[in-house]
Design a protein around this ligand. Structure first.
Ligand code: IPM
Ligand code: MN
Length: 356
């Protein structure tokens, strides 16, 4: 197959890890007889420095034409001034909205060889295998009004959490579909005891459940969900929730596996096109040193193959290669124990490629 992939390496370690994921995709293309073309575009802080905008029109247009987008990371101390006109993160929000990517999938499945790296005891980590489906283009992130207000000598600020029925319906639909080939268990997370938007969320989730009789649906309040993620993480299968709750819960979920550096994500919309990125941030402290863990980005490339290009077998080959190299003891700095050999970003990728 022919596929056109736009890369948005962004800031910090984004370029370090994205380059490695591209190497892996090129090897896959060679082995399986595909042709992938790559086009690099700007986003985030580097885009602000170059063009004044966090997401230049040219970048968005290129993504709109692509089969899939592979993103690195955005942000860093250089662009952190709270009074700055534009922030790198705006680029990320703009591309999610601009591409209509309303669903963010964050799978969490710890590798047994890395159970030691988790802050939870090994027996709690055993059997953990869930996926968070985070609503990505609604809620507090995008609701209006969103502004500061001057009241004489005082100032206030407002954000708005608004959900439309169709926004809830499409994300619940995806959650039920994802659960079907898994453990058939959806946990919908809300704050229905306080928020009216959550009560609508719960009402629609319950109503839609009628169409999926073989899937179990639980409603859990977000505070309880935060607790269960550390007390019984193995009890989850598919977790579906609104934008802000999903943001918070996925960072919590990410540390279960031992390192943020390991986890991929996919942002999907109506069609096949999607945006794929590791869930770790730009880690400016280690940027450009060639020591970042590339596995989050490489596993994001696997998700890209599966969801946007329908290349499930190729995706599985990457995931299997990553599993094998971790089982064989290959370690980047973030997951190495004292005394273990530490591999560079490039060497980690070499170990994956060797096994493809
Ligand atoms: C994430 C990030 C972003 C978010 C930031 C960088 C805007 O934390 O993808 O989870 O809050 O969505
Ligand atoms: Mn986040």
């Amino acid at each position: 197959m022919n596929a056109h992939i736009v890369t948005l390496p962004g800031d910090g370690i984004g370029p370090d890890v994205t380059a490695q994921a591209v190497r892996v995709l090129q090897v896959i293309a060679g082995k399986f007889g595909h042709t992938f073309s790559f086009e690099q575009q700007l986003i985030g802080g580097i885009a602000i420095d170059t063009t004044g905008m966090a997401l230049p029109r040219e970048s968005l247009d290129a993504c709109l034409e692509a089969d899939a987008v592979l993103l690195g990371a955005v942000g860093g101390p250089k662009w952190d001034d709270p009074r700055a006109k534009t922030r790198p993160e705006e680029g990320l929000l703009a591309i999610r909205k601009g591409l209509g990517l309303y669903a963010n999938l964050r799978p969490v499945k710890p590798h047994p060889a890395l159970a030691f790296a988790s802050p939870l005891r090994e027996e709690k980590i055993k059997g953990v295998d869930f996926i968070v489906v985070r609503e990505l283009t609604g809620g507090l992130y995008f609701g209006t009004p969103k502004e500061r207000r001057q009241h004489g000598d005082h100032v206030s600020a407002v954000d708005t959490m608004e959900y439309h029925d169709y926004e809830i319906r499409r994300i619940m639909d995806l959650a039920f579909k994802l659960a079907a080939p898994r453990k058939k268990h959806v946990t919908s997370v809300d704050k229905a005891n306080v928020l009216v938007s959550s009560r609508l969320w719960r009402e629609i989730a319950t109503e839609m459940h009628a169409d999926y009789p073989d899937i179990k649906l639980d409603h859990v309040l977000v505070d309880t969900a935060a607790m269960r993620l550390v007390t019984s993480p193995a009890s989850f299968d598919v977790v579906v929730t609104e934008n802000t709750f999903g943001d918070i819960l996925t960072d919590e979920a990410a540390v279960l596996v031992g390192s943020m550096g390991l986890l991929p994500s996919a942002s999907l919309g109506k069609g096949k096109m999607g945006l794929y990125e590791p869930i770790h941030g730009s880690a400016p402290d280690i940027a450009g040193q060639g020591i970042a863990n590339p596995l989050g980005s490489i596993l994001s490339a696997a998700m890209l193959l599966r969801h946007s290009l329908d290349l499930a077998q190729e995706a599985a080959v990457i995931e299997q290669s990553v599993n094998e190299m971790l089982s064989a003891g290959c370690r980047s700095a973030d997951i190495a124990r004292p005394g273990e050999t530490v591999l560079t970003t490039m060497q980690m990728t070499d170990e994956v490629i060797r096994r493809i």
